[in-house]
Design a protein around this ligand. Structure first.
Ligand SMILES: [Ca+2]
Ligand SMILES: [Ca+2]
Length: 389
């Protein structure tokens, strides 16, 4: 009987010990969870702070770029040697100018400088800003008429088909016609296929059905929803086309590529060598941009691209109203990219003084992947190498 007592005591103390260990383990687990939660919260706040900081830098860069566009010396002519076109492109910097600027990171700059200077590290890895002239590219929204209840303009169809031919899109004429009608039906207001194209009914039978947009394109990337426009076709088109909120955008002779200029031929492209000869004038020393008087000479060159077929009239000008401001900010592993389309009204509609307040933002895209910007730049480089060499 007496032997049972110590055994019971032993059992009880074992149980207490087990409970103590259990409580300690529970506390450790809770503490670990609490710490992890706190750590995650700190990281989240840090990320938010960095993202906000990146956004503020982008805003600053956009404001700076707008300022540069405002200060354009001659709004009647816009060419690649002007300050806005060189803005943010360091390799184009003009040495010895007081108002020159540098967007190199402090570390890159300090490496170059032999003298040891005191530099402040703001923690910015990349800051990029450039301005593109969107009227150096063909506006796909030109494919439908600017007037209501008027069919798609035939001359714009010609330009689009020529561009496809030049960029070697579509094996046969029929393939290019098909792409044209699919795109027209995608943009035009009605739901009636022009006979060859694709309207909502054609997209409704897909595994993931959707409707045709039936309004102006909002980005070149939107083409991926249009029947027939493959990734490869879109990447070929991207450097030469744009999407503006109008259907009657002209092209700036100063910033367009030989491909786009040749596409203005009145018939299928046979020989575009005279267009190359004309644009080579840009390489002459002291070239200060084509002006209004050069448009006739440009049209004569296009006239020879498709002999006997003439050219599409009223498509050329020597300045621009639509520009795109591109910014990229990298802070640690955080990225912020913006693409802003702005409208600087034609000088005919406003005085030089009023211009100061009339540049307006048409649209702005922002993302933290920067994919489209990167894709578009590498595609442009790649296609440029292939087509212009
Ligand atoms: Ca200008
Ligand atoms: Ca339609």
């Amino acid at each position: 009987m007496t032997k049972r007592y110590p055994s019971k005591q032993k059992d009880q103390s074992g149980l207490v010990m087990l409970m103590v260990v259990g409580v300690v383990v529970l506390m450790i687990v809770l503490l670990a969870l609490l710490l992890e939660d706190q750590h995650r919260m700190i990281r989240q706040i840090g990320n938010q702070r960095v993202a906000e900081q990146g956004f503020q830098y982008s805003q600053g860069l956009n404001a700076w770029a707008l300022r540069v566009l405002h200060e354009d010396n001659n709004p009647l002519v816009d060419h690649e040697d002007e300050k806005w076109a060189k803005f943010g492109r360091p390799e184009e910097e003009i040495e010895g100018q007081d108002d020159s600027f540098s967007l190199e990171s402090t570390t890159a700059r300090s490496q170059e400088e032999e003298d040891e200077e005191a530099t402040i590290d703001f923690g910015i890895d990349t800051v990029e800003v450039t301005i593109d002239d969107l009227q150096g590219r063909y506006n796909l929204n030109n494919l439908i008429s600017a007037q209501k209840d008027v069919g798609p303009p035939v001359d714009q169809k010609r330009i689009f088909l020529n561009l496809l031919q030049i960029l070697e899109i579509g094996e046969f004429q029929e393939d290019r016609d098909q792409l044209y009608w699919n795109l027209v039906d995608w943009i035009d207001e009605n739901d009636t296929s022009a006979g060859f194209g694709a309207e909502s009914g054609d997209y409704q039978v897909k595994t993931k059905p959707y409707y045709a947009s039936d309004q102006l394109l909002s980005s070149v990337g939107e083409l991926r929803y249009v029947r027939g426009f493959t990734k490869n076709i879109i990447s070929k088109l991207r450097p030469y086309t744009t999407v503006l909120p109008v259907s009657n955008a002209k092209l700036n002779l100063n910033t367009l590529s030989p491909e786009v200029l040749a596409s203005l031929a009145g018939g299928p492209v046979a020989d575009s060598s005279q267009v190359d000869v004309f644009l080579a004038r840009k390489e002459q020393p002291g070239f200060q941009g084509f002006n209004q008087g050069d448009i006739n000479a440009a049209e004569s060159a296009i006239n020879l691209v498709s002999p006997g077929q003439g050219f599409v009239k009223n498509m050329l000008q020597v300045n621009s109203q639509f520009f795109q401001i591109n910014t990229k900010v990298e802070l640690g592993d955080q990225k912020v990219c913006t693409r802003t389309i702005v409208l600087r009204p034609s000088i005919n509609n406003s005085t030089l003084q009023e211009r100061e307040t009339t540049i307006s933002v048409i649209s702005r895209e922002q993302d933290t992947v920067c994919r489209e910007l990167i894709d578009s730049q590498t595609e442009q480089q790649k296609n440029g190498d292939e087509n212009l060499s």
